[in-house]
Design a protein around this ligand. Structure first.
Ligand SMILES: Nc1ncnc2c1ncn2[C@@H]1O[C@H](COP(=O)(O)OP(=O)(O)OP(=O)(O)O)[C@@H](O)[C@H]1O
Ligand SMILES: [Mg+2]
Length: 411
């Protein structure tokens, strides 16, 4: 019997746009984009839902558009969460493999020790959304990558635990439920962006992926194939626009247009070009020097990059970024950003495009869709794990088990 392709839908509620992707998962595991919908997000500030009604409307529009394009109805979505509420905690889990005599470490022991690492104290208003096993300690021997099959009395794991604010998680669950959709999986936005843009070599040798959106700048560091650290703060493209609005005395929407049409980094200071700005509310039209606009934009990008560098230096990770920095998110499309960032970081920089889908992937082949594409890629991996687990007749072990095993394998 011919197997029907599995439908996977991803929802990304960003601070500026809401995107929905519908993909077919083919038998060989590849994904074909068959539907895409996008709407302007209303009711989200710096990644946080502040008006549920407005968010429901934005999501509804994007879902309908994607369904119309794909000519299918979806009944569930996977999503990703972003925001300053996301915390990254390093934790060590301990698990006795056997009492007295040494025992052989099984997959079940590994699952239990990772579970133990999640018993860390996260704030009461947070929920653990992911746990990445970094390395294992077998009877005191550190740095073990895969302990299964070794004999020991005691197994420990060093893990990176990621927690998200309960209120924000509940808000996105409510928004999805209001549209009578099921929520399959919830991933961390910057992990999704990483999956969509990084190469295995970068993840192995050391890289920082920086997703600069509208409301948030999100960074993740990968080293030795594993995600080591996440850092998120609430300054990004909207902050650039607000600075232009203040510096050029313009309303936000007009400043945004000016940024998109004429914004550039590294404009030589002797550039004499001027831009005509139409007068608003009966005021006279004005001229703004392109170099002045460039200075405003540079000052904010410099500040954003300083926050990123500062956070990574504090973790002693900055000097480990052998392959440099991958910039993604809508604001990474600012002209001149690659040489500007290379000069700032003193590291190689490239723009991360999400390129791993087939079908109408040209619709989402832009840095603004890295987290949306990554969400569908992650949900596909979870689906694959679930399929192979049920094939083997193994019982389901829930999102964390599945995801942790997948991340362990993949990164
Ligand atoms: N060509 C461009 N040059 C500069 N900035 C751009 C360009 N295109 C889009 N942007 C900026 O990218 C931002 C939107 O990026 P993106 O779609 O990644 O954000 P988001 O996912 O909605 O928000 P967030 O991830 O911050 O919650 C806006 O601030 C917009 O001005
Ligand atoms: Mg985003």
């Amino acid at each position: 019997m011919k197997q029907e392709p599995l439908l996977l839908a991803a929802l990304d509620v960003g601070s500026s746009k809401t995107a929905v992707l519908i993909c077919e998962r083919n038998v060989d595991g590849s994904l074909t984009l068959i539907g895409f919908g996008e709407s302007k997000t209303e009711g989200v500030e710096k990644g946080n839902i502040v008006n549920l009604e407005k968010v429901v409307k934005s999501v509804q529009k994007a879902v309908l558009d994607a369904e119309t394009m794909a000519d299918v109805r979806i009944n569930s979505v996977s999503t990703c969460v972003s925001g300053e509420h996301i915390r990254c905690v390093q934790s060590r889990g301990v698990h006795p493999v056997a009492s007295g005599e040494k025992g052989e470490i099984t997959h079940e022991d590994v699952r239990k020790v990772i579970e133990a690492a999640q018993a860390v104290a996260v704030p009461a208003d947070s929920e653990i959304v992911d746990c990445v096993a970094q390395s294992f300690v077998v009877d005191g021997q550190e740095g073990i990558k895969d302990p299964v099959g070794m004999t020991a009395v005691r197994l420990e794991v060093d893990a990176t635990v990621i927690a998200a604010g309960k209120t924000q998680l509940e808000n996105i669950r409510h928004a999805v439920a209001r549209l009578e959709l099921g929520l399959s999986d919830t991933f961390v936005g910057i992990e999704a962006s990483s999956v969509a843009t990084l190469t295995p070599e970068e993840r192995d040798m050391g890289v920082a992926v920086v997703d600069i959106g509208a409301g948030l700048t999100q960074t993740a560091v990968f080293l030795g194939g594993k995600m080591k650290f996440i850092h998120i703060f609430g300054y990004a493209g909207n902050s650039v626009t607000r600075d232009i609005a203040a510096g050029c005395v313009l309303p936000f929407e007009q400043a945004e247009r000016l940024k998109l049409e004429h914004g550039e980094l590294l404009i030589p200071s002797d550039n004499q070009e001027s831009i005509d700005i139409p007068g608003i509310a009966g005021r006279e039209p004005r001229r703004v020097k392109k170099s002045f606009l460039g200075e405003i934009i540079e000052a904010r990008f410099e500040e954003i990059f300083s926050f990123v560098r500062g956070a990574l230096e504090k973790q002693n990770l900055y000097n480990k970024l052998v392959t440099g920095v991958v910039l993604t998110g809508g604001s990474s499309q600012m002209p001149g950003i690659v040489p500007f960032a290379e000069r700032f970081f003193g590291l190689p920089v490239r723009i991360g495009f999400p390129t791993r889908l087939g079908g109408m992937s040209n619709l989402v082949n832009a840095p603004a869709y890295s987290s949306s594409v990554g969400t569908v890629l992650l949900s596909s991996s979870v689906a694959e794990e679930k399929q192979s687990a049920s094939k083997k007749g193994k019982e389901e072990r829930g999102l964390l088990g599945v995801l942790t095993r997948w991340l362990k394998k993949k990164f």
